[in-house]
Design a protein. Structure first.
Length: 109
């Protein structure tokens, strides 16, 4: 029987697949899987560097947080493909998502 609390987040451009747990942010998922997700503020929702495009299954992300709404007032929603943009430190995944982001690499040991 499949566990619906565990699912995959695929990160296009970086060619990374993460095994995520329901209720964790995309950034927490990446870190737990041993990957670096670009950030300046350390995932505190202050810099916006962690933004990504939700290429598929954006409906599996929890609604935009108040912190994201505040950040989006100062940081434009830049998306080359016209896709929804979210912040990895705020976006909580509740199912599979295909994200578009470069720079997701294994953490240095």
């Amino acid at each position: 029987m499949p566990d619906d609390h565990v699912f995959e987040i695929r990160v296009e451009i970086s060619d990374v697949t993460l095994t995520c747990q329901r209720g964790e942010t995309i950034m927490q998922c990446a870190w737990r899987n041993g990957f670096y997700w670009p950030t300046i503020c350390g995932g505190n929702g202050e810099c916006g560097v962690c933004r990504f495009e939700a290429a598929e299954h954006a409906e599996n992300l929890a609604p935009e947080t108040d912190r994201e709404a505040i950040l989006f007032r100062t940081i434009p929603r830049v998306s080359a493909a016209g896709l929804p943009v979210r912040f990895a430190c705020c976006a909580i995944a509740n199912g599979p998502v295909v994200a578009r982001r470069k720079g997701i690499v294994p953490k240095a040991k």
